[in-house]
Every structure is written in structure tokens, then in C-alpha cells.
Write a protein that binds this ligand. Structure first.
Ligand code: COA
Length: 254
């Protein structure tokens, strides 16, 4: 079975992370599949809304660390970069249903979604600094904008997780429900949107985002330059090596 499942019904394309044995961590092949799914949904007039979902126990553990070590992304055609551009510029409404851990890009992708529903077990984290890295997906702009600078520092400098209720309080999620209900609520809301005139949805989303769209793209590009460089540096190599060897990283020399 594929690691990314795509299913379209009633004008709603649902994209499911389906790599449970590795906690839905995302490989380059999965980023390609995600970018392809968004491109297809964008081009298909019958698709009006996209929903991302994971499993009741895990949304995504973020980038696959082994894949990142072996094939660090480079160039603007790298699958992760294709995905980021496709998502951040996606014109139709995008929803997400998040249960369990949402790590790294598992959280930062949500800042590009229009509606987010969370299970009460959702735990959001952006531990880039702990991995010797910097934020991605425009999160160094979008996180302080949404959460305020000091809460953004807890999330991005300390890399501390925050739970569903805190995400609700800062406006990252729309509603917190039992994990068994999250995917269903996202589908219900997606179907409500799919019944509305698409042109009005697309224009309303465009107007809400047009003031910041260029800034977001510029920030994604700026972050990518730093992230690509830092991936190859000693701090990230140590963090990733430690994860693979199931030990604590030692940053005393970096
Ligand atoms: N990349 C690659 N493999 C990953 C992974 C990742 N990001 N996250 C988890 N896995 C793998 C583990 O190596 C383990 O594989 P194994 O069974 O072959 O040993 C398997 O998934 C289960 O992970 P485990 O850590 O045992 O599950 P858990 O329920 O105890 O914890 C997480 C779940 C998500 C909290 C934890 O796996 C984690 O913190 N992952 C790393 C997250 C991260 O730093 N992502 C990068 C962000 S840029």
C-alpha cells in the first residue's frame, strides 16, 4: 500500500499519510506524491477542497530523518520544495485533521491550511533548533505572526511541543474533538465548503492571503537557503546521527 493515499469523492480530495510503521515521517518520494496530488487537485475542476489527514494516533513525525541524511534536498525541483510551493500557493480551500504528534513539517504545513481540526491528543512541535536546523515552510514568519513572538520562541527556539488546547487558544486549530471524531469533522466541513461556489471560495482565500503571499514566498526561499546549508553542517549531522543511533545528541562541540 502506498505511503500517501489519495481519494476523491464529492468534490473533496483527501490526502492520507499512511506510513504508520515510521510514524508517517515523510520521504522524498512521499513529498513528490503530495506535490503531485496537490497539482492534480488544482487542475481538476471537479475538486473543490483538499483535506490532509493522518491516523488517530499520529499525524506525521515530520521529515524522514534517514532520508534527509542520505538525500538532502537540493535545487528548487527537490520534492519537498515542490510540495511547499504547491501547498503555499494552493488556490482552493485546504483542511487538515490532526491527531497525535505533528512534528516539524507536520506542524508547519498547517500554517498553510485554511481550517484545522485536532484530536485532543494532538501534540504540535517544531524542533528544528534541536536538530541543528532552522524553521521551514515560511514558519519563521507565520508562527510569530499567529502566536506572538514570545510563544513563537517557545515553539521555535526551545522546540517545545504544545498540545491541542494551546493550539486552539492561539488560533492554529479551529476545534478540538476526540481523536475518533477529527477526520469525520474535517470531512463534514470539507463537504460544506464543496457545496459552495468555488469561484467565491477561491477569490475570498486569495483576498485574505494576497497581502502576505509575496512575503511568505520570500520567507520560504530565505529559509530554504539556510536550511539546505545547515543540513550539511555538524550540528544537524550530530542530531540526525543521534536519532538513528537512539542516543542523546552531544552539541558540546558544535
Ligand atoms: N524519520 C525517520 N524515522 C522516524 C521518524 C522520522 N522523523 N520518526 C519516527 N521514526 C521511526 C523510528 O525510528 C522508529 O523506527 P524503528 O521502529 O525502525 O526503530 C519508528 O518510526 C517508531 O518511532 P518511535 O520513536 O519509536 O515512536 P514513538 O511513538 O515513541 O515516538 C515520535 C513518536 C513522533 C514522537 C518520535 O518518533 C519522534 O520524535 N520522531 C522524530 C521527529 C523529528 O525529529 N522529526 C524531524 C522534524 S524536522
Amino acid at each position: 500500500m502506498s505511503d500517501i493515499l489519495t481519494h476523491t469523492d464529492g468534490g473533496v480530495t483527501t490526502i492520507t499519510f499512511n506510513r504508520l510503521d515510521k510514524k508517517n515521517s515523510i520521504t522524498a518520494a512521499m513529498y513528490s506524491a503530495l506535490a503531485d496530488a496537490l497539482d492534480a487537485a488544482s487542475a481538476d475542476a471537479a475538486v473543490r477542497v483538499v483535506v490532509f489527514q493522518g491516523h488517530e494516533t499520529i499525524f506525521s513525525a515530520g521529515n524522514d530523518i534517514a532520508d534527509f541524511l542520505n538525500n538532502p534536498p537540493s535545487g528548487e525541483n527537490a520534492p519537498v520544495i515542490r510540495f511547499l510551493y504547491a501547498l503555499s500557493s494552493f488556490a482552493k480551500p485546504v483542511l487538515a485533521s490532526v491527531c497525535g504528534p505533528a512534528v516539524g513539517i507536520g506542524t508547519t504545513l498547517l500554517f498553510h491550511c485554511d481550517l484545522v481540526y485536532a484530536g485532543d491528543n494532538a501534540a504540535f512541535s517544531m524542533p528544528f533548533v534541536n536538530l541543528g536546523l532552522c524553521p521551514e515552510a515560511g514558519s519563521s514568519l507565520l508562527v510569530p505572526q499567529m502566536m506572538g513572538y514570545h510563544r513563537a520562541c517557545e515553539a521555535l527556539l526551545l522546540g517545545e511541543p504544545f498540545m491541542a488546547e494551546a493550539a486552539l487558544e492561539v488560533g492554529l486549530v479551529n476545534r478540538v474533538v476526540p481523536p475518533t471524531e477529527a477526520n469525520g469533522i474535517a470531512q463534514t466541513q470539507a463537504r460544506k465548503l464543496a457545496a459552495k461556489p468555488l469561484s467565491a471560495l477561491v477569490e475570498t482565500k486569495r483576498l485574505m492571503k494576497s497581502g502576505t503571499a509575496a512575503q511568505v514566498t520570500a520567507k520560504i526561499n530565505e529559509e530554504l537557503l539556510s536550511f539546505g546549508r545547515m543540513l550539511r553542517e555538524p550540528a544537524a549531522r550530530e542530531a540526525f546521527g543521534a536519532f538513528m543511533e537512539k542516543r542523546r545528541p552531544d552539541f558540546s562541540k558544535v
